[in-house]
Design a protein around this ligand. Sequence first.
Ligand code: PMP
Length: 444
Amino acid sequence: MTSLPTSALLKQTVLAEYPQVEYGRGVYLYDDQGHQYLDGASGAMTASIGHGVAEVADAIRAQAATVAFTYRTQFTNAPAERLAARIAAHAPDDLDYAFFVNSGSEATEYAIRTAVGYWRERGLPAKTKVLSRAVSYHGMTMGALSMSGHDARRPDYGNLLHPFPVAPPAHAWRYAEAGETEAGYCSRTIAEFEAAVRAEDLDTIAAVIVEPIVGAAGGALVPPAGYLSALREMCDRLGILMIADEVITGFGRTGDWFACGSDDVVPDVLVFGKGVSGGYAAVAGALLRRHVVEAFAAGSGVAPFGHTFSGNPLGAATCLAVLDVLERDAVLENVRRRGRQLEAGLRQLAQAHPRMADVRGRGLLWGFEFTAEAGTTRAPDPARQTATAFTELCSRHGLIVYPAGIAPLNNAILITPPLTITESEIADLLDRLGRALEQMESAW
Ligand code: PMP
């Protein structure tokens, strides 16, 4: 008997034999054969303060010894209340209300229930559709997968997946027309987004959902400047809610607490996960703006609810300890500084390896794409499974990276180390990446 690593990769011989992790310290992981790995992916953009942080372990132990579990319809609990207040203090504007769940998928589904419920409370029950983008990932549960534009993760589940209307992606390097400026591309893609909304009956649209920077589906796709605020303006003008999926971008990953904040955009619902617990517990959630909560309060008085473990004290206490580290150690400043170092190093590597194209990102969320031919956007043959193969190669060089890319291209790589990474560790990461690139190049 063995645990299934991930069903999608079972048949790929390159990853058929996973090393077994023994322990982690800081940005490094060690397997049972004594190999050391630099965790350049933070697992899955999750282990944001690194491994083996003693004070988080202490907080978990202390909370477990205080009370194991309480249920949210019977009690509130101090860690969950404190966590909600502290997250709201970092969130843009009046995103003041937090609801906790256990995974990003549950959080995006909660956001849909909230958006649809909001319009029902306001006397518009026909507004039930949510538009998502063609290149996106919002989770693996049926609703979240339905609105995910990630074809590699959505094999044929027949009529179990709902037909969410699809909006165009924002990825200038691949989709801008020849000679189009960034501003021109931005206006065009927003106009196409609006056309996709208007292709539906407006009275049936509840919300749009976007990742401020697309993660797993695209590989750190940063939209053109002004894109998010143009989308916000469109949502206001057309009477639809804006949901920002910050499961990857939240909690400092981009050098701000939330990526929307950097663009001065306030979504109606902001979804978070991953980094909120630094990977030390399964916690995710959503922040709601005041007007959203007030709609429920003034209407039925019943807000959408969640799951058994929603807001459990142990998960919340874990997140509080992670927030302590993020705040006390000025980790976001480190993200900005080390992000600049990482960006410079990646651009240097791209110069030496011209198949490594479109280095893009923000903070410590970086990506690039492999091309079949230098100077073009032509992706390698999808049959090569380039990103997956390169990920395996990196692992042999002691570096964990995350394979991404617009399905079925499988040609993008995410580099997303823990936010606490030091200067010399970034240099180590770049060194390991450089060696993997050399080897890939020589075998191309
Ligand atoms: N949204 C985004 C943007 C994500 O990247 C992910 C996970 N990669 C999810 C939602 C789903 O989160 P989870 O895997 O915790 O369900």
